[in-house]
Design a protein around this ligand. Structure first.
Ligand code: ZN
Length: 342
């Protein structure tokens, strides 16, 4: 290795972090019987490498007509198998672990579940089991309301009693709560009451494209006040306008204007059966997006925040809240014995 590269790889130095908060690649791996280093996907390893993404949120999505829990477990099996098989990717269970994976030149994988319907039978126990396996993000709903929360897809309401318990347990475990797809009421309740920052992993802004899947300004402000982030989606229907890089950048501009630069992130939705906008057809093309923000006068600090710094801040805060909520209940080392005369 060139000495300069060695220096760049030294832990503790700033890393060139780029996080994508929502990738449906595991679903494609299952459907196509493909591998993460294979061809033909939007955000498999070749595209992640080309576009600079080194923190990839890989999503367990239980389709409506499946056995939800069994399906999510199967997708988790696939991610774990790829983690074992490939040196270039590694499951990350916390921000420090993610940084060290990235420092080592690999892509860190954060496992998320899209919709708490995947916990329909098992509830809190199921969340604990998935957390023990490495799950670190949970979407409250997908396109339909479930026993925990209302969905934007069917005009659902807020959190149910089970949903409040789930929110508290996610905070306690250190699982990031994701309100993309949730109803406006569930979004406002979750980001208003969560002890830890809340994210909308792959949602755009209503102001730039009115859509049930996009966020109102009050929801953006609520997420920002929680300390969270909104990951901008590149699906043409959610982007609207000219459906190109500039139209995506318009959502970035609006998020920054309403919630401040700290609320901005990326959650492309690649491999989720989307129609990506022109110029961002796959994860290998993301440099065009950062170039467009730079052209619009975004500072390098703001861009590096949007690329991943803001999300890493969220993950660290979620972990701190979990530590605080579990302090005393799960001692990490034996207490020191009192000194002095016995
Ligand atoms: Zn989605």
């Amino acid at each position: 290795m060139h000495p300069l590269l060695l220096l760049l790889a030294t832990p503790g130095l700033a890393i060139d972090l780029q996080a994508d908060l929502h990738l449906d690649t595991p679903t494609q791996l299952l459907r196509r019987k493909a591998t993460l280093d294979g061809e033909g996907m939007e955000a498999a390893l070749p595209q992640l490498r080309e576009g600079g993404t080194n923190l990839a949120v890989e999503v367990l999505w239980p389709p409506r007509d499946a056995d939800w829990e069994a399906h999510a477990a199967r997708l988790f099996d696939i991610i774990e198998a790829e983690d074992r098989r490939l040196d270039a990717v590694m499951l990350a269970r916390g921000p420090a672990e993610a940084r060290s994976v990235i420092d080592g030149g690999a892509v860190a994988l954060l496992v998320s579940m899209e919709g708490a319907h995947g916990l329909d039978r098992s509830g809190i126990d199921g969340l604990r089991r998935l957390h023990a396996r490495g799950l670190r993000m949970l979407g409250l709903t997908w396109s339909f309301s479930n026993r925990f929360a209302g969905s934007a897809g069917d005009g659902g309401g807020g959190l149910t009693p089970d949903g409040w318990t789930l929110l508290a347990e996610a905070n306690r475990l250190g699982v990031i709560v994701d309100v993309s797809h949730a109803s406006d009421a569930a979004t406002m309740e979750a980001c208003g009451w969560s002890h830890a920052p809340v994210v909308a992993s792959h949602s755009n802004t209503d102001a730039r494209r009115e859509h049930a899947r996009n966020l109102s300004d009050r929801a953006i402000r609520c997420i920002a006040r929680s300390g969270g982030v909104v990951g901008v989606n590149v699906h043409g229907d959610f982007v609207g306008g000219t459906r190109d890089v500039a139209a995506v950048a318009d959502h970035f501009d609006h998020l920054r204007a309403v919630g401040g630069p700290g609320v901005v992130a990326l959650g492309s939705d690649y491999d989720g059966l989307i129609k990506p906008v022109t110029g961002l057809e796959h994860a290998g093309k993301l440099a065009a997006l950062w170039a467009e923000l730079r052209r619009r006068g975004w500072t390098e600090d703001e861009i590096s925040g949007a690329r991943g710094g803001n999300f890493m801040r969220v993950w660290e805060a979620v972990e701190r809240v979990s530590d605080a909520l579990t302090w005393g209940s799960t001692p990490k080392s034996a207490p020191e014995r009192p000194r002095g005369p016995q």
